[in-house]
Design a protein around this ligand. Structure first.
Ligand code: ZN
Length: 303
């Protein structure tokens, strides 16, 4: 009897559940058939999704990537290399040393190094070159080097064929528009282990990269619009002056190679600004002021 009663109760419960489920199904079917999805909403939702993903890729991902790289501890042996090979490192204020280490980490992460003519790539070469290159952007950001893809390192000065000429010339470095920089390792090392007034091949080639950031090698890197006229006037005046001195084979404070064209003049000026800032400021006060504004640095403080 009790079993029959329990069975009857279960039967009632089951019926109620089945009716409820059926009702829900009916309700769902009803609502779906009553409000079909508008195709324009689907297109709009996809558009929103693509926009959100693009914004994340453009703004959030680069910041996240930089933070992730900088979370890695700076390797001890990299610091030893910097201290041994980059004489400028110990002269920098502590805040700039820290900034330089961060830039070197990002630089080595984003740029590929290759050795050629017997050079086997290693951390000493990578860290030494990255340190010299990043001195130029201590007051700027790693974005200035976003277009640089590859650094090719030769053991020493190398031969290259000049365009439109059938003869080879000797090179210590080159800087290309396609994001390639070529360097002679023994010159890089000589210039980084001791400061040579007016000469540093790594600073020279990476100054070309900064100049080329806007697509033109013309001695006028990307500048705030209010500065351009002053820059062009001041640099053109000094470039013409150096050209005249070079043509007459007269002595000049700047390397006469700067008279080759305005792009070389900017690169040579950069070498002087970082390697002999006091003398450069004395000879070219206006150019010093403009370079100080561009690099957002004062190398006179690093002595
Ligand atoms: Zn050059």
């Amino acid at each position: 009897m009790a079993t029959a009663k329990r069975a009857s109760t279960l039967h009632i419960i089951l019926r109620i559940k089945l009716q409820s489920a059926h009702q829900k199904a009916k309700t769902c079917n009803h609502s779906m058939s009553a409000a079909p999805i508008d195709p324009s909403w689907v297109v709009f939702s996809i558009f929103l999704l693509i926009t959100a993903v693009s914004l994340i890729w453009l703004f959030w991902y680069p910041v996240w990537k930089i933070k992730r790289i900088l979370k890695q501890p700076f390797p001890d042996h990299w610091l030893s290399i910097m201290k041994n090979n980059n004489v400028i490192y110990d002269k920098l204020p502590v805040a700039l040393q820290s900034r330089l280490r961060n830039l070197v980490q990002l630089f080595i992460h984003q740029i590929h190094f290759y050795g050629t003519e017997g050079i086997e790539m290693n951390d000493e070469i990578r860290v030494t070159i990255a340190t010299e290159a990043c001195i130029l952007i201590l007051g700027r950001t790693i974005d200035d080097y976003a277009k640089i893809k590859t650094i090719i390192v030769y053991p020493s000065a190398y031969f290259t064929q000049e365009e439109d000429e059938h003869q080879n010339s000797v090179r210590l470095g080159e800087s290309w528009h396609n994001g390639r920089v070529l360097l002679a390792w023994n010159d890089v090392l000589n210039n980084s282990q001791s400061i040579i007034a007016g000469h540093n091949v790594t600073l020279h080639e990476f100054a070309h990269q900064l100049d080329q950031e806007d697509g033109y090698s013309d001695g006028v890197p990307p500048l705030p619009s209010g500065i351009v006229d002053t820059w062009v006037k001041a640099f053109a005046h000094r470039f013409n002056e150096l050209t005249e001195l070079a043509e007459k084979h007269h002595h000049s404070f700047l390397n006469p190679y700067g008279a080759t064209n305005p792009a070389e003049f900017f690169a040579v000026t950069t070498e002087a600004f970082f390697t002999e800032p006091f003398a450069f400021e004395k000879h070219y006060p206006k150019l010093f002021e403009l370079m100080q504004g561009f690099y957002r640095l004062d190398p006179r403080e690093w002595r």
